[in-house]
Design a protein around this ligand. Structure first.
Ligand code: ZN
Length: 294
């Protein structure tokens, strides 16, 4: 049975290698630097008294300097417990609280659909960025300047502008050849009744793309530029790509750009992340409108 790559990646990102391995070995506490995700133990795969088995939890990888075994959470559990690959994935999914994909055929279709969703998100992101240069963006630019967001930050975070008009993004996406169903499923547009023309979810807002653990845009957050609007911040709804409780804003940047071993700083919102990042703190993330638990 083949599992989709994206599922295995999600699974890998959810499994803490230090927990998985730590339950099966005894760490050498003198040699390990747990704050930096750096663990050493006597190797569980060959007989030894010293600790030559190294686990790098940041990279999700282990290596033994004695017998040279190496790998990730999948190879570890498979080899340690002598499981088949399917058994391994099943066990890890259970640990991570993830549902196993239902069937391969359905999965393949789902994967194809996901690619389309990534594409529509990427094109929408380009659209919002382009709109910053339009005549409609005067107020938006004023707001950006008043908040002191630099050109560099605008680029780095892919910040854009959703115009006031009812369906400018909808028309743009339709012209690019995307089906109405897909555009509605992506959460970028909405429809009150099935026979009505869809309209844009984000209007007159400063737009922040939300990316997944690989840096691909999966959703948007929009900050209203109109003081009279009820919802100051509006996020994409949960979609095929996006589940608001499962990702934090700026996770990809923070993980890849933070100084090695530094902790992640958790702040309240998009603007806090952008401001801190601009001030040199690259290890900042923000929750996406969800309550925080341990
Ligand atoms: Zn070894």
């Amino acid at each position: 049975m083949n599992f989709p790559k994206s599922f295995l990646e999600t699974l890998r990102s959810r499994i803490s290698l230090s927990n998985l391995i730590g339950e099966r070995v005894t760490w050498d506490e003198k040699k390990s630097r747990s704050g930096q995700g750096d663990f050493w133990a006597p190797c569980p795969f060959h007989d030894e008294k010293t600790a030559s088995f190294h686990v790098d939890t940041t990279k999700g990888f282990y290596y033994c300097f004695g017998c040279h075994v190496k790998g990730d959470c999948f190879t570890f559990l498979k080899d340690y417990e002598n499981l088949s690959f399917v058994e391994t994935v099943t066990r890890l999914s259970h640990m991570a609280g993830l549902q196993l994909p239902k069937s391969n055929k359905k999965l393949a279709e789902n994967e194809k659909k996901k690619l389309l969703h990534y594409e529509v998100m990427s094109i929408a992101s380009d659209f919002f960025i382009e709109q910053l240069d339009s005549n409609n963006a005067t107020n938006c630019i004023k707001y950006i300047q008043s908040r002191g967001i630099s050109q560099f930050s605008l680029k780095q975070f892919g910040i854009g502008f959703a115009p006031k008009a009812n369906n400018s993004l909808y028309n743009y996406l339709k012209n690019k050849g995307f089906s109405t169903d897909l555009v509605l499923e992506s959460g970028l547009c909405m429809q009150t009744e099935s026979n009505q023309e869809p309209f844009d979810r984000f209007r007159n807002r400063l737009m922040f793309p939300i990316t997944d653990e690989r840096g691909r845009t999966i959703a948007f957050g929009g900050r209203s530029l109109d003081a009279n609007v009820n919802a100051k911040y509006l996020n994409s709804p949960d979609t095929l790509l996006f589940s608001k409780g499962k990702i934090v804003y700026n996770y990809f940047n923070a993980r890849t750009r933070r100084p090695k071993g530094s902790p992640l700083l958790l702040v309240e919102g998009y603007m806090d992340v952008v401001s801190l990042s601009q001030a040199g703190f690259t290890n900042v993330v923000a929750p996406l409108g969800t309550a925080l638990t341990e």
